[in-house]
Design a protein around this ligand. Structure first.
Ligand code: ATR
Length: 276
């Protein structure tokens, strides 16, 4: 019998760690699987997904730039995917329909609260960015108990749209990017912009760092380097990249597909030791 087929769709996708993570999880349970990368340009994404599932694919992870398209083409959508308006997991249901789910926010909060032992309750949080990545984590930060969520985006309209979608004006509100120098300090600063991935430095003021500041970049490797260097120089108490989030989001997808909860820590530690 052929092993079950899984894949991650993205563009580019060559350096994705997802195949390695899913294979390592599968080894923990003696599960045989075939997990590959599929590079699809946006115009070909929907057709490539349909082909993959028509050929027997069981599940797919979806990364940049396809998360909104994955959400749009699914037949059913989880609550987490619906509120984010994007999906990083597609699963084929028994009746053949495609289900969309988003594990990004849950993965990030679990990385912070369980791996790094942080308690987010009562924190004043600053969310930098209002694109797909920010949508994926905003609600989970509120669910984790942050007291306020200030959303700041280079284009203010996108920040306003995210705050409107959240619909809790007493807790989640926006400020202008130009005001970052004067809005004071925060306990938690989450970088959800794609600036690092694009190789651009954000030029953030040190005044954003509060006394117990925890800084988190949703990306990892070189893309997170600039933000984490800024955080440490500015005196943040903790500064983490999103490698743990990647492993946790993968674990949620793995459990959805295989019904077993993998041990993420050895996989995370192995990736941490691996040269970028
Ligand atoms: P992703 O899925 O990674 O979130 P996205 O939806 O394209 O990608 O969103 C990218 C985010 O990074 C946006 O919030 C974007 O700000 P704009 O809405 O103003 O474009 C932000 N971003 C990208 N480059 C940036 C930069 N140099 N400075 C500040 N914000 C930046």
């Amino acid at each position: 019998m052929q092993p079950a087929q899984f894949a991650v769709f993205g563009h580019p996708i060559g350096h994705s760690l997802s195949p390695q993570i899913h294979r390592a999880f599968a080894r923990q349970f003696g599960i045989e699987l075939d997990y590959r990368t599929i590079d699809a340009v946006p115009a070909d994404f929907a057709a490539a997904v349909q082909r993959f599932f028509a050929d027997g694919g069981r599940g797919a992870n979806v990364t940049l730039p396809h998360k909104a398209a994955a959400f749009a083409l699914a037949d059913t959508r989880s609550e987490a995917a619906t509120r984010a308006g994007s999906a990083n997991v597609l699963s084929r249901l028994a009746d053949g329909r495609l289900a969309a789910h988003n594990t990004d926010g849950a993965g990030m909060v679990r990385d912070l609260t369980e791996r790094h032992d942080m308690d987010l309750r009562g924190h004043t949080a600053l969310l930098l960015g209002a694109g797909g990545a920010a949508h994926g984590v905003a609600w989970n930060l509120l669910d984790a108990g942050v007291e306020t969520l200030t959303i700041v985006n280079r284009s203010p309209e996108a920040a306003d749209a995210l705050a409107d979608a959240i619909g809790e004006p007493a807790r989640a509100h926006t400020r202008y990017w130009e005001d970052l120098t004067s809005i004071g300090s925060y306990d938690l600063i989450v970088n959800a912009t794609s600036a690092g991935v694009l190789g651009v430095s954000l030029q953030l003021p040190f005044s954003l760092i509060g006394a117990r500041a925890l800084c988190y970049d949703l990306s990892y490797g070189a893309a997170a380097g600039g933000f984490l260097a800024w955080a440490k120089t500015a005196g943040a108490r903790h500064a983490f990249d999103g490698l743990g989030m990647l492993v946790e989001t993968a674990a949620d997808a793995f459990e959805l597909w295989h019904g077993q909860r993998p041990d993420t820590e050895p996989v995370y530690q192995a990736l941490r030791r691996q040269p970028a």
